[in-house]
Design a protein around this ligand. Structure first.
Ligand code: TYC
Length: 101
């Protein structure tokens, strides 16, 4: 029987794809205090005061703002944690996730 160990491998293996990224999106509402939104952005998404203020103001003015992109599981966990932080204080603060194209 011939030894095939030195023969080139058939190139059938697909290239590993980059993991699909998911956006975390902050939605505006009329009730959550601005300072609270900023504090959640800093705590959950590790933003500076200036970054958090910019994202909060964009959501406030335009209705929504992309906060960051992560792998699916990280995006979902952070969106849930941040939404729950608002719920614990009785605020309707909402973070959603959306697959990047
Ligand atoms: N619109 C809120 C207010 O005027 C502040 C706010 C900003 C709430 C952004 C949510 O995603 C948000 N108190």
């Amino acid at each position: 029987m011939s030894d095939t160990r030195l023969l080139p491998r058939p190139k059938t293996k697909a290239k590993p794809e980059r993991p699909q990224l998911w956006k975390v999106i902050l939605l505006n509402d009329d009730f959550t205090p601005r300072e609270f939104v900023v504090s959640v952005l800093k705590r959950v998404f590790r933003m500076t005061e200036d970054e958090a203020m910019g994202v909060m103001l964009t959501a406030h003015q335009r209705g929504a703002c992309v906060v960051a992109v992560y792998t699916k599981e990280v995006a979902e966990t952070k969106a849930q944690l941040a939404t729950e932080a608002g719920q614990m204080r009785g605020y309707p603060l909402t973070f959603t996730t959306e697959k990047e194209d």
